[in-house]
Design a protein around this ligand. Structure first.
Ligand code: SF4
Length: 455
């Protein structure tokens, strides 16, 4: 380290999954911080200026995690505040790094500890949306069912200052008691990883919890408890068929999930998927780092391995899904269907300090419509329809309209980036048709040797 340079300490999920990529940092904190952060601080205070502090896997005792320093936040700069109740998930999805980082036995905080975090937020004057960032809030249902009654009582005693969202697995729809408790605790939204409408693909990727069920009916059931759903979908699985584009877009339409986050499969470091692809000799060189000649994000840079179907076909399917689901009329249609299903009756009013309390006002709606790239009449009709038929759902529907003001243009920029990837493949095939490269591989992509270690 040069004498004038500042020491660099790194930690977090990517460092924990790929510490070999961060060796130039002076300090590495690998794994969950709770058990090693004190060692790091002690080493620093002793005058050490480098070191690696590695936590034993899945051993952090979250019941000893201190209350976050919410007082350091400028709350006015946040749309919502995050808390965490549990860590880990019992399922086995092949592409998931959560279970590698946090384990398959969810560890939960105590009721008193969790309520103390909410107390602190309340004392600081925060009111509004609080997200439980748990990997899967219902991963330990037994603990959660003991916590939710305390949360409901806390909300009642404080006159419902918070509305909650979270992430959960699809089996949430099987448990009416749990759904009723979430409703009474004032949960309003849940993210669910659906991934694919194809049962074969779900089985192949070990997402068995989404099979043997009617997922669209399950989603509609969550709507009947006043929870709107955002969902994740993935394109590029080995068992995927050529018909996936229309099947996925039709399914999203049937479910009526406005915010459907569709991405390309990415083999994350330190997952079962990456280990399998390495054993099969299908990982691309540099699969775990951003290529210097590319810019992009999780939507545009996926498929960092040799796919089973030609890459061009996968990208074309992906593009078609985005074109269909983010077409303004399709998004507006999903909002209208959601309006008919979302039962928000009996919910407490938002606190007056809640930033979202003016969301459904005409003035805000006009501002949202002004920000729409086009097709404002479509969304005005959605708003009027909701005001007439289901006014209790207005705040949810208007917030989903506001999200489209971003998602519409964003989806078009992703489609343009995918077009560039397709053009790159076409150019490579024109210039080197007999190069022996894998079908549709783009410029500069090479597979690692069979069995190469993915670190
Ligand atoms: S349900 Fe979600 S968190 Fe759990 S293993 Fe599957 S992808 Fe990971």
């Amino acid at each position: 380290m040069p004498a004038t340079a500042k020491p660099v300490a790194v930690g977090g999920p990517d460092v924990s999954s790929s510490p070999h990529l961060y060796t130039s940092a002076d300090f590495q904190v690998v794994g969950e911080a709770e058990d090693v952060i004190e060692d790091f601080v002690a080493a620093w205070e002793r005058g050490e200026r480098s070191g690696v502090f590695t936590a034993e896997k899945f051993q952090a005792d979250v019941t000893k995690t201190p209350i976050p320093r919410f007082d350091l936040l400028d709350m006015s700069q946040y749309l919502y505040i995050c808390v965490q109740y549990s860590r880990g998930c019992p399922f086995t999805c092949e592409f998931c790094d959560i279970i590698e980082l946090y384990g398959r036995v969810p560890r939960a905080k105590t009721n008193a500890q969790m309520l103390a975090e909410l107390d602190r937020l309340y004392e600081l004057g925060y009111r509004g949306h609080v997200d439980f960032v748990d990997d899967n809030l219902i991963g330990n249902k037994k603990a959660l069912k003991l916590f939710l009654p305390a949360l409901i009582a806390w909300q009642q005693a404080h006159d419902y200052p918070f509305e909650f969202s979270t992430e959960a697995s699809m089996n949430l729809a099987d448990d009416n008691d749990l759904l009723e408790m979430l409703k009474r605790a004032n949960f309003f939204a849940v993210f669910i990883g659906i991934e694919s409408p194809d049962p074969e693909t779900l089985k192949q990727t070990s997402k068995k919890q989404n099979t043997r069920r009617n997922m669209a009916e399950n989603i509609h059931k969550l709507y009947s408890y006043g929870l709107f759903v955002t969902a994740g979908f993935i394109v590029g699985f080995d068992s995927e068929k050529g018909s996936i584009a229309d099947a996925m877009a039709d399914f999203i339409d049937e479910c009526a999930i406005p915010v459907s986050m569709v991405g390309l499969l990415y083999a994350l470091p330190n997952t079962q998927l990456t280990r399998r692809l390495a054993a099969e000799g299908r990982l691309y060189e540099g699969h775990d780092v951003m290529r210097e000649d590319r810019t992009g994000d999780q939507c545009t840079l996926g498929i960092n391995y040799e796919p089973k179907r030609p890459m061009r076909e996968i990208l074309t399917d992906y593009k078609r899904i985005l074109e269909r689901i983010f077409e303004p009329a399709a998004y507006a249609r999903r909002l209208t269907r959601l309006t008919a299903m979302l039962d928000r009756s009996g919910r407490p009013a938002l606190a007056k300090e809640d930033k979202r309390s003016q969301l459904a006002s005409l003035q805000t709606v006009n501002r949202i419509l002004d920000a729409m790239p086009s097709d404002r009449t479509l969304f005005w009709d959605v708003f009027i329809g909701c005001a007439r038929t289901n006014p209790a759902a207005l705040q949810s529907i208007v917030s989903l309209m506001a999200i489209y003001a971003h998602l519409g243009p964003f989806s078009r920029s992703v489609i343009a980036a995918i077009d560039r990837r397709i053009a790159d493949i076409d150019a490579t095939e024109r210039t080197a048709p007999a190069s022996g490269q894998g079908a549709g591989r783009a410029r500069g992509e090479r597979v690692l040797a069979t069995g190469s270690q993915p670190h």
